[in-house]
Design a protein. Sequence first.
Lengths: 566, 461
Amino acid sequence: MKKTLLKASVLGLLLTGLIVNNSLWAQSDPSGKKRVTSQYAITNATVFTAPGKAGTKATVLIKDGVIQGVGASLNLPKEAQVIAGDSLFIYPGFITGGTDAGITRPADPERPQDFDSSKPGDEFAGITPWRSATDQFSGAASQVEDLRKAGFTIAQIVPDGGMIAGKSAIVLLGSEYSTNVLKSNTALAASFRGARGMYPGTAVGVMAKFRDIYQNTKLTQKNSGLFQSTSGVSRPEVTPTYDAMMEVIDGQIPVMYTATSELEVRRALALQKELGFKLILTGLDDYATVVDVIKAANVPVLISLEVPDDKAIKAQKDDASESAKAQYSRVKEAYENALKQAALLEDAGVAFGFTTVGVKAGDVMKAINTMIENGLSEDAALAALTTNTASILGISRIAGTIEKGKLANMVISTDSLFAEDSQIKHVVVDGYIFDYETKAKKKKGSSDVSATGDVKVAGTWDYTSETPAGSSGGVLEIVKDGSDYTGSITLDDPSGSGKIKSDIKDVSLEGKTLSFKFDVAAGGMNLTVSVSGEVEGESFDGTMSVAQFGSFPFKATLNPTLIATK
Amino acid sequence: MKKINYFLAALMGLSFSFASAQTPKGSVLIKNATVLTVTKGTLENSDVLVQDGIIKKVGQNLSAPSGVETIDATGKYLIPGIIDAHSHVALDVVNEATAPIVAEVRMRDVVNPFEVGIYRALAGGVTISHAMHGSANVVGGQNVTLKHRWGAEDPAGIIMQDAPRTIKFALGENPTRVHGRGRGIQPRTRMGVEAILRNGFNEALQYKKAWEEYNAAASQKGNTTLAPEYDERLQTLVDILDGKIIIHCHSYRADEIYMLINVARDFGITKLVFQHTNEGFKVAPEIAEYTMGASVFADWWAYKFEVYYSTAFNAAILQKNGAITSINSDSAELIRHLYHEAAKTQRYGGMTDDEALSMITINPAKQLGISDKVGSIEVGKQADLVIFEGHPLSVYAVPQQTYVDGIKYFDIKEDADDQRLRVSPTEMVEPIYMTQEDHRCLQDVELSFSDISKSLFNTNY
């Protein structure tokens, strides 16, 4: 606990430093980073103020992070910087429920000599309700930038940890010079994850331990009350765990239970029914069969944006036996049902939001479009990205729609949001405008084919990549194999020194866009790295992304071949 | 869903009653069967009438009330649903192996009603299984008694809610290996196991006293006593001492069995059943006098050191000494033919048909505390029934239909190739393992199992 306090005060000092810096810039800004103005007018854009509302041509005026007005005939103050929005589409800024972007798990404490795995201290067992996500969060992390680039303006950050990881917080994905904290202490993050090699080690132990903690928090509260009101009472023992759980048993904050499967959903609901806490279900992956249960429980839900992969479907063979085909059809049915789940929730009238845990920010729109193709309405998708999550997080008064008085959080795109080829051009967070490069729409038709013909990717490439661990590089070899490509890549061995070689897979070249994947074993995990980017002559400019770790620049140049092409 | 259920109910002549959403109950008349009641002898050419999940009449020339389906079982045998007193089917987690006592853990929290093992058990005539915690701990978690209502979506729907609480204990090699050798904590020896038990119960007595004192003080004016810490682990041990929970103890050796009998006697515990009990034959009179008997394998042993001194006559010896004796599976495979396992007591020990059948019906029911509700074909009992082609103790026996609460959950004529309730969207063919699950009841048995599968599927003879 002492350490936590110390950390908090160090953080406090840092923040004070930043504020002082800010006020210094107010007088003079040798760094050149100070904004010219904090007033902007995005004029004559197609504005969608809220899910379900039709887009209308309007101007949005913002000042100091607050929306000043939305309308066709606003008086624009001369200080306002004007952004011509004639061809642009404005939507409320997206909000993600539970996310792990920018979160670093704190190091495990060192075990004492006499450590007893049958009764470990709470901190060892993953029971750390006193921890706050704000202590584990870095707004400068590349995953945070990725999330913002995907249109997210507010995130509920969730601490990483065990069965009771700590308290989540709500932050803006805004200026690097702000703490960006909207609300700390918004929900208790809980899961069925057991502690490794100690009690409680499994979901069944976790459930028993959760009951134990809950009941003892109640008793501690009762005992503390008696101690406060009556003399002659022994001092009750208040542990950091029970102290931090008080808000939960009082119903001030909900428990946010990660429940990925239908049975976990039922287990979390059963615990809630038994103990009576407020509940948010998060991380739902497989819930088609419990939609009516969720509806009946009237509990807020944050569904996962991980769409099941179609490998099993694609692996189905035409020449299989009848019984195998019968099994294929069941897998296909299960797959199709999994894609329809979000639509089923909408049909049942459940106002769900999204969690972005376990998904790459760049894949969010693809996942949502898959849900839309499978029956989810665009309005419900937008509501899940904005108003529903705002309501689940208790921030509807300040976020979720484009209205006078709300936070200036917006997504500005080149086309209507869910249209194919729509790209995000600006994201406005807390009144700060973040600009993103947009590319001209892909040309379709015969010219495309000839373009592919011109692009040469086969050969040996030297590449460099930039990650938080530093810059690294190696050799990428691409071999043309009929109409497909194969090859390999060398990279720094994650488990030591030297280089390792890995085969690349799923190599595709569409137009000038080259993408491929490769697997790396690191720290006991098998990571799939995806690389995608554009080939321009003999140079390749792209990004390399790893689920949960964010995306990083990846550049390569093609070595001249010494073999004469026929 | 509900609407569809009502629609189906109407279609099927209202033979289903959905009065209670969690436990559907059915009505049926089974005619002209050889009824093996187990407790009331064998009735030739007899009928059993089931209404709303309860056996209403057993006799001849019964007629079906309107709307009740009649099943002709001429030439077939009808027996009470088979009860497996030791199983781990339909559990997502089996062992919370991390502490010597984990009495607070509840297996009912992790019941998985979609596990296809339930259907396979039904196909073997098993209607009730005792889903147990593993044997890594001296005092394991609280078990759950399941009724195989295949198709229930809610885990609560397959739990036998009117069964009493039971708990897993374990002696000998498993808890000493996991805790003593594995983690360097007590118990390292059989003496340590006994110490864990005696200390645990003594702590439970102190815990009970602390709460009794607090409750008495708290009701007084001007109370200055703080509430003691809540501890479901100790509270569960208190409930055992108060006779509210039946102990089911994993055990092999005669000395450890006799040790637990003495501990139980010292603490006034009478609700005690031994599981596995391979050396039970050495202490059969003691088991008969002081406990609710033993639940054993028909002929399975030598899979580890403490199981070498064994005999296939174990069940018969226990039975003849007056111990309540049942034959269990502890296996997803054996659960499919427990009737054959029971028949082995006729080969090894000369049990009568009723004695052999009682080892998989009324005796396990007694050991689970549910013999007033199930375990035999008697008027007033729950209608868990199995129709067999061939006598169930014959090697030619094949279960035809299995009923739970009067509802048919298995019919060999409607048995599809793929009976799974849930299919993964991302897994092409779900892997089939011929090895035992890791519940540590049968340590190192994987090896012998894979040998069996080799000889089963790669036959070269």
